[in-house]
Ligand binder design. Structure first.
Ligand SMILES: [Cu+2]
Length: 465
């Protein structure tokens, strides 16, 4: 009998063929290191230290998993384990994830790479990993029971395949799936084209859409929830804990989004049109693209949207379902608009402590000073330069600035609006903006009345195949 330590580290004879997916003892002797991450902040892109060149992605509030090259094979080590994820300052959640965080690290490889992934299970139950969207041998597809035995606690399995198709992918368990996805087990995968001049953009971001049901004041998701999630997240973060997407003026920007929630999300960008340049199945042919400002991302889908960052500012970027831009406590409240409820809250609170009523003039709960249980975020929150943003959940900003260095992803602070370009209170008299003068930052890309501008992608290599 082999002890766990021997199983992981013991060298020796008796190597078994890898095809069955089990670690051989010889293989286990050289298990690659499993880097861990202890921060929820967006990490800088990982420039490939070896292997073939590519233009790395930036994972929003995430990171890319380093690898080692072994005889030309890219080896990664994922550890499935319980993690504590900060969802926003002031709230932490007990989740399950990989290598210290949920979601797990992004895996980046190049089309044609031979990839070997060691997966160690430190969860209290069995798991597996399905490589969502990949072309691979059937026995590497990761459906426990169907394609492989489940990975039992304490065991390490090996997956090995060639990353055949460039594009946008995800990974997640295919074992006790409802529980494990509800606990945050998922990650992003990008296979870059082998010709790095293809599909080239200036900034390439990615994140997953995920959702949790965590009762206010508690730390652990309710894993039996099927629809009524109360925290709608980008990479297991909620606004105002989601980092901004920082872009240089006139950069070509790609944002890759994968949806591992149980509902669809119409993702909306302000101030710019984009095209869907990639889907689950690969790059879209350029002739099939049309401009839009909202892309609905269905359950299990990936979308890569692209746009030219032509207009300076802090542009909202969010799910358009309004209850998905709210944090917990947003459900089950009656509409109180127009109801005179002076004194009602006090009376109700004698019967139901912590009961909250909606304002008579609308929601405006961002401004309400409610005592919240520990480890609970306000429902609609976030301070902007002009006051409360009154958002939560799936909301962030695309910040477009002049003169950013190519690899500068630091938050530049709030946009400083040129004089005369901010909506203002009318107090009589003439407009503060001279008539018929374009705003100083407006590029001449605007359509004349009656004219439709269809933005054609600029530059080389955006053309797909
Ligand atoms: Cu949504």
């Amino acid at each position: 009998m082999v002890s766990r330590r021997d199983f992981f580290y013991g060298a020796g004879a008796g190597a078994v063929a890898l095809g069955a997916g089990l670690v051989t003892r010889a293989g286990a002797a050289s298990l690659p290191e499993a880097p861990m991450m202890d921060k929820a902040a967006t990490q800088p892109p990982l420039a490939p230290p070896n292997g073939r060149p590519y233009n790395p992605v930036v994972t929003l509030n995430g990171w890319t998993l380093p690898w080692r090259m072994k005889n030309g094979v890219k080896e990664f080590h994922l550890v499935a384990e319980p993690v504590v994820r900060e969802m926003a300052p002031g709230m932490k959640a007990n989740l399950w994830g990989y290598n210290g965080q949920s979601p797990g690290p992004t895996i980046e490889v190049v089309e044609g790479d031979r990839v070997r992934l060691f997966v160690t299970n430190k969860l209290p139950e069995h798991t597996s990993i399905h490589w969502h969207g990949q072309r691979l041998p059937n026995g590497m597809d990761g459906v426990a029971g169907l394609n492989q035995p489940a990975i039992q606690p304490g065991k390490t399995f090996v997956y090995e395949f060639i990353a055949k198709r460039p594009g946008t992918f995800m990974y997640h368990p295919h074992a006790d799936e409802m529980t494990q996805m509800a606990m945050g087990m998922m990650g992003f995968w990008v296979t870059h084209p082998k010709d790095p001049s293809l599909h080239r953009v200036d900034r390439d971001f990615c994140f997953l859409l995920n959702a949790y049901d965590i009762d206010p004041g508690s730390f652990t998701p309710n894993t039996s929830t099927m629809l009524n999630f109360n925290l709608w997240t980008f990479n297991s973060r909620v606004f105002p804990g989601i980092d901004s997407i920082v872009c240089g003026l006139n950069d070509r920007v790609r944002i890759r989004i994968g949806n591992l929630t149980m509902t669809n999300h119409p993702i909306h960008l302000h101030g710019h049109e984009f095209v869907v340049a990639g889907t689950d199945g690969g790059w879209t042919p350029p002739g099939s693209r049309w401009p839009e400002v909202t892309a609905d991302i269905a359950i299990g889908q990936m979308r890569a949207i692209e746009f030219d960052a032509t207009d300076l500012g802090d542009w909202a970027f969010h799910c358009h379902k309004s209850h998905h831009t709210m944090n917990a406590m947003g459900h089950g409240l009656p509409t109180m608009i127009g109801v005179d409820q002076r004194g009602v809250l006090g009376k109700i609170n004698k019967l139901v402590p912590d009961y909250m009523v909606m304002g008579a003039n609308g929601g405006s709960m961002g401004e309400m000073e409610m005592p919240l249980p520990d480890n609970t975020l306000p429902m609609m929150t976030g301070q902007g330069p002009f006051g409360g943003v009154e958002m939560g959940g799936m909301f962030t900003t695309v910040k477009i600035r002049k003169g950013l260095a190519r690899n500068d992803y630091k938050d530049p602070g709030w946009y400083k609006h040129p004089a005369g370009t901010v909506a203002y209170e009318w107090k009589g008299g003439d407009s503060a903006m001279p008539d018929a003068t374009p705003a100083p930052d407006a590029k001449s890309s605007a359509a004349k009345p009656g004219e439709t501008v269809l933005k054609v992608r600029k530059g080389n290599g955006h053309g797909g195949h």
